[in-house]
Design a protein around this ligand. Structure first.
Ligand code: TGC
Ligand code: FAD
Length: 400
């Protein structure tokens, strides 16, 4: 392998807590991002273009459905998968988002809740990047509170008929299949009363009545496709129901997977900003021909960043170890997502400040990370929703 230009950010020798396989996966992803994403990302960000040409090479490296077993998937541990998302997001949150959605929000529900036919049809093709997916949970009027969704699926003979709107859907217009969450009227076998249950459906995006259109004018995640979905009288065979789904718990289980990847990804974005600000501060001279790194106030900012990055690395490493041991709770993942995205945003702001005026230019990656992280703070459960999830966990009182 050629020498790695970016050497990582590791203040207390955390590399010694990783095994050889984990370091190899991390370094492979790091090389890939360094050689393939970093050279094009500013152009993609300016143009608002998703770098689709990277889909096949990312598939070849096993990035899609990386922690799933079988179906051609890489079968990585959760730590290895996390290290991949860390490196992806050091490149760009939008590209990490694409991989999160493909892996955690589409392949994972098919793998976990799908029939054998669904798994055999979709997972190998999605692992190879030949088929792309999107995840439709959020609606125009229901973001933090997806349980209120209006999208409905009605059973008519051997079909389901879907109607509804989904909003802010990553990869919506490039997806071949959408995982759509909808309320279905179920009959309660005991008392014959009707009740509504949230269930997941696989909707091929070329079905009549399904429309996807891109959201334009985003100042964030510009290298990622974000779309609105409209479903009007969309007929799908009953075999497109994800049979293992039932209740809001099912989409929330998918979110746990994606939130976990984001917790690592945010560390990557923070490392990119910190590394850039550190290098800059050693070169930039102001007052008495001294580098700005020699000023105490600049050192305080750099110290804050390395301190918080190190804590975030430890947090996500422990959450990953718990996940690999099958012992992770969703509130652990909420803590990692909440803390690490907040930490990364603060690092982006401090780094931007250290670069002065240069910090607002896209000759440097910081402002792009800063703007991306504003979305990352909001999606997959806002910072405040994760505050309430942790609050409910420690007090036993639900304050939503
Ligand atoms: P609540 O009554 O609390 O829960 C319903 C059932 O679900 C269980 N549960 C969970 N299970 C697994 N994982 C979790 N994280 C879970 N959280 C709750 C819960 O025990 C209950 O089970 P049961 O057996 O009793 O039925 O539901 P609620 O309606 O009060 O809502 C809870 C709340 C607010 C935490 C939830 O709605 C929430 O997380 N809201 C945030 C929505 C969100 O994160 N949306 C993300 C959309 S996808 C996206 O943004 C993709 S971005 C692209 C990218 O990833 O890069
Ligand atoms: P709201 O729920 O309206 O929240 C607005 C504000 O109110 C927030 O500050 C929130 O914290 C606060 N708030 C809400 N409720 C409470 C409460 N009870 N107590 C205190 N404060 C509260 N969704 C998908 O389904 N699939 C995707 O692929 C996807 N991709 C996305 C990509 C991007 C770029 C973005 C920006 C969003 C994406 N989303 C996706 C949607 C995302 O999950 C939602 O934006 C998010 O869940 C928040 O919902 P909202 O925007 O409607 O905000």
């Amino acid at each position: 392998m050629p020498a790695i230009k970016f050497r990582g950010v590791d203040f207390i020798g955390l590399d010694t807590l990783l095994n050889d396989d984990e370091r190899l996966v991390r370094d492979t992803a790091r090389h890939f991002i360094e050689d393939n994403l970093i050279p094009i990302i500013e152009e993609c960000n300016r143009a608002g273009r998703f770098p689709r040409e990277l889909v096949k090479p990312m598939a070849d490296l096993g990035f899609f459905g990386a922690s799933l077993q079988g179906y051609g998937c890489a079968g990585m541990s959760n730590i290895e998968y996390g290290l991949v998302t860390q490196e992806l997001e050091r490149g760009d949150s939008g590209v990490r988002s694409f991989v999160s959605v493909q892996s955690a929000l589409v392949m994972y529900p098919i793998y976990t809740f799908g029939s054998d036919d669904q798994k055999n049809t979709w997972l190998p093709a999605m692992q190879k990047g030949e088929k792309l997916g999107c995840f439709g949970l959020t609606e125009p009027d229901f973001g933090s509170n997806p349980g209120g969704m209006r999208t409905r699926a009605k059973k008519v003979g051997k079909e389901y008929v879907l109607d509804g709107e989904k909003m802010w859907i990553t990869s919506g217009t490039i997806a071949d299949v959408a995982v759509i969450w909808a309320k279905v009227e179920d009959e309660n076998e005991n008392d014959r009363s009707k009740q509504e249950t949230i269930r997941g459906f696989l909707v091929e995006t070329d079905r009549p009545g399904f429309k996807a259109s891109d959201i334009h004018g985003k100042w964030s995640l510009r290298a990622s496709v974000t779309s609105g979905l409209s479903l009007q009288d969309v007929h799908i065979p009953e075999s497109n129901l994800l049979p293992g789904t039932g209740g809001l718990k099912s989409p929330l289980m998918c979110l746990n997977q994606a939130r976990y990847g984001i917790s690592w990804g945010a560390v990557g974005a923070a490392m990119a900003c910190y590394d850039c600000a550190l290098q800059y501060s050693l070169l930039r001279k102001q007052f008495r021909d001294q580098p700005i790194a020699s000023h105490q106030l600049v050192q305080e900012k750099l110290t804050w960043m390395i301190n918080e990055i190190t804590k975030a690395q430890l947090l996500v490493l422990q959450v990953g170890r718990l996940k690999d041991a099958g012992k992770v709770e969703h509130q652990h993942i909420s803590m990692a997502k909440r803390n690490n995205v907040w930490m990364a945003l603060e690092c982006a702001r401090l780094s931007r400040d250290i670069l002065g005026a240069n910090g607002v230019a896209d000759d440097y990656p910081i402002m792009r990370h800063l703007m991306n992280l504003e979305s990352v703070k909001t999606y997959e459960g806002t910072h405040d929703i994760h505050t309430l999830i942790i609050g409910a966990s420690v007090t036993g009182i639900d304050a939503f």
